[in-house]
Ligand binder design. Sequence first.
Ligand SMILES: [Zn+2]
Length: 215
Amino acid sequence: MPNYEKMVVEAAKEMARQALTVSTWGNISARDPKSGKIYLTPSGMDYKKCTEDDIVVFDAKGKRVKGMRKPSIEKDMHIYIFQHNPKFNAIIHTHALYSTIMAVAGVELPAITEEFAQTLGELAPVSKYAIPGTPLLGENVSKVIEAGHRAALLPNHGALVVGEDMKIAFRSCGVLEKASEVYVKVKSMGLEPKVIDPADVGHMHRFFTNSYGQK
Ligand SMILES: [Zn+2]
């Protein structure tokens, strides 16, 4: 059985290392598809010092079953998204710079790079605004995921990415941030970013999710 506490701690450390968030903001969770248990990062902790004991565990209904730490203030968002999107077992919420620029501008991110088309598909939409830490934020972001997307830009806040597992979610997280940076920089040249044809995006996304890499 995978060690979910370790998985979440390692992803949080990697998020900090790759500067995908600012200070202690951003949060990560994983779900064990067998037990339905949800493993979430603690609130306001330096991820570099985070250990497996700091992870807070909830049952599928959102009741705490393990862990002494105060959970991330976005606990309700993580639990709501898992409950409404059974296909996904990992959620990464970042405050990464370029994703945040897109979110602040209120501009949805289309498939402008090959790896975006492969991992995220056609679009990372902007969700409806809600105050951080409120149940409404979870509902608004979940609507984007329920509509078939794998990433959402959170207005005046950051980004959220889901994946079937942590590896997939983490990879998509980096892809989203890079595509956001490319978009912003092409715009800053006074040019319009060229979007990949939707038919090609569909083809690339299907190929990547079905047969890319070492099996
Ligand atoms: Zn946040």
